[in-house]
Design a protein around this ligand. Structure first.
Ligand code: NDP
Length: 238
């Protein structure tokens, strides 16, 4: 018996990194999972790992920056699991460039995935949650959603946007028993930040973010933890 037996969880960017760790953590505690990203090979591998834990593990290839694909993806998630109780808006991209050197295409890509994609997923999942008067939405922002970093203007803009969206959404959804949480991690040891070259020992493990996500969704319905900042001690004084 697991804490999340009977619960249905949708994780965007579930094929690797933080999303994979979150999906496997929920599966280990009894939830059914549906994961999405653009890389089928990764989704397939993670869905096998999910199923080996004795729960349902489905996937759908989707670019979350395209609302039409997101509508279909959420439809498939609802068909596969019967409902979505927990939505983890995790998929994201990172490009390092000074604003003066950034192309229009790079700017649009970051905003379309990190901010617009998060809205599209939320938009299509919400009607079911509102109807059932139950849900948790976890949005993965970043320390770059709390302070600026040089050469990251588009990323910072997208992640500040995620924090602002999450806070407003949390207040709007309180009457419907839907909780919204935003997590702002410092450097996490994944493919996304390879260009960063974080010094050894300065990053968090994806599994440590997963622990926090599960903790947030284990709280009693009458309390909520809206925002969490998490980073390796000493790595980024703030
Ligand atoms: P990874 O690159 O390891 O994983 C990102 C995931 O998002 C992949 O599964 C990727 O799959 C998916 N993804 C990217 N673009 C799209 C898209 N257009 N449509 C659907 N899926 C997409 O990065 P992390 O695990 O590190 O990042 C996860 C989240 O955590 C991101 O939002 C990131 O900004 C945030 N974060 C990361 C930090 C870090 O230091 N690593 C720190 C703070 C926040 P695919 O490419 O196949 O589509």
């Amino acid at each position: 018996m697991g804490f999340f037996d009977g619960m249905s969880v949708l994780v965007t960017g579930g094929g690797r990194g933080i999303g994979r760790a979150i999906a496997l953590a929920y599966a280990s505690e009894g939830a059914d999972l549906f994961i999405t990203s653009r890389t089928e090979k990764e989704l397939k591998e993670v869905s096998e790992e999910i199923k080996s834990r004795g729960v349902k593990g489905g996937y759908y290839v989707c670019d979350i920056s395209d609302p039409k694909q997101v509508e279909k993806m959420v439809d498939e998630a609802n068909k596969f699991m019967g409902k979505v109780d927990i939505l983890v808006n995790n998929a994201g991209i990172f490009i390092m460039s000074e604003a003066k050197d950034m192309s229009i295409n790079e700017w649009q890509m970051i905003i379309n995935v990190n901010l617009n994609g998060m809205f599209y997923c939320t938009h299509f999942v919400l009607p079911g949650m509102i109807e059932r008067r139950f849900g948790n939405i976890i949005n993965i922002s970043s320390m770059a959603g709390k302070k600026f970093y040089l050469k990251q203007s588009a990323y910072v803009a997208s992640k500040f946007g995620v924090v602002g969206f999450s806070k407003t959404l949390a207040a709007e959804l309180r009457p419907y028993n839907i909780k919204v949480h935003v997590i702002c991690p410092g450097g996490v040891d994944t493919q996304l930040v390879k260009q960063h070259n974080f010094p050894p020992g300065s990053t968090i493990k994806p599994e440590e973010i997963a622990d926090v996500v599960l903790f947030l969704t284990k709280q009693r319905r009458e309390i909520t933890i809206d925002e969490v900042m998490i980073r390796r001690i000493g790595a980024d004084p703030f």
